[in-house]
Design a protein around this ligand. Sequence first.
Ligand code: ATP
Ligand code: MG
Length: 418
Amino acid sequence: MKQSQLFTKTRHEIPTDEVAKNAQLLVRAGYIHKEVAGAYSFLPLGLRVLSKINNIIREEMNSAGGQEIYMTALQNPETWQATGRWDDKVVDNWFKSELKAGGQVGFGFTHEEPLTALVKHHISSYRDLPVFIYQIQTKFRNEMRAKSGLLRGREFLMKDLYSFSRGEAEHQIFYDKMKEVYNRVYERLGIGEKTFITFSSGGSFAKFSHEFQTIMPSGEDSIYVDYDKKLAVNEEVYTDEVLSNIGLDKNKMQKVNAAEVGNIFTLGTKFSKPLDLVYTDEKGATHPIFMGSYGIGLSRIMGVIVELFADDGGIVWPESVAPFKVHLLSLDGGDDELQKEAEEFYISLCKRGVEVLFDDRRDISAGEKFSDADLIGIPWRVVMSKRSREAGGVEVKARNGAESTVMSIEEVLNKFNS
Ligand code: ATP
Ligand code: MG
């Protein structure tokens, strides 16, 4: 894509209404736009990042046997009344609305109830199980505080998967598999090293649930980490009893701040019983279906990645989620011939399938192009200038590297060949 045609612009000033680093940088670089507190629009660069995160998660869910659906955000109160969760005293962050035609609807903050009610139309026999159903969808939560940018939205993107099994033993197999799948997801997203599986409260059907917590100073949660075992315990359940239960040593635990980027829960029959989701076994007896839920905060992860890797110059994307792989800067200095060469180079890269943002703007100083490139944070910066041409080609620099190297056009084409 040519930067001269990108409708978004970068800005130097820090937006005065943003306190979170992720929002400040993403707004300044033109990735997102704040509509109201806690709700952001995704602009061309931002949507490219979000789509890459989506695709990684989608690939992993599909290979774990997940079937993707897309549910409505509008919710039927009756379904939620069956489990008691329509009540504002039980769930305090509902967005609800009156219908002009009479009655109410809710805006989904999660989807256990409607999905449980939905699968009843399709699943009734032991032969239908197990199944794993997921979606990547917008959730609405009337959060009290929405000052953390993408880390806590009132409208945000979540991947939520639900497992339906014939009892606890079958459930446990998938639950354990999802721990591995989640580790792979965070690895691929570039945050694996900082992300720890964290024991948290389990509810009625399991001793623990598991959160995936990414260590960072601005994270809202406090966790205790054993770095050698790569295990953590949420402050909420941090007791001597829990530690001995998991086999962790209090003296090795370090307290740190972290952001929850996902979680897995054993739901048991908490939803299937009140909503009467049952299956018939081989002998004709009926049982409630045993469920689990598996969430990942997609838009939150985009904010987490920004906060984890940003430096003084701006954003630093891991290659797997970057909006483009290469940022090509043409410093033509008014030289039409050089600009033409840069354009040809851009076309050759595109032809080879390399994702390139081409800063072809002619009325912008070299200094501004460099500072824009740092702010936007694309992993590889390639500069074509009079100087680089005299040195034998173009200057290539990693966004998180200090030195640039001169390479010939041919070498660059081979390096980025995808
Ligand atoms: P938290 O403890 O952070 O409030 P939660 O325990 O309520 O989250 P779930 O309801 O299970 O989380 O949601 C699944 C995932 O969605 C979370 O792990 C988190 O990554 C993300 N998430 C939850 N609430 C928000 C929010 N308000 N904005 C952005 N992401 C969120
Ligand atoms: Mg939580």
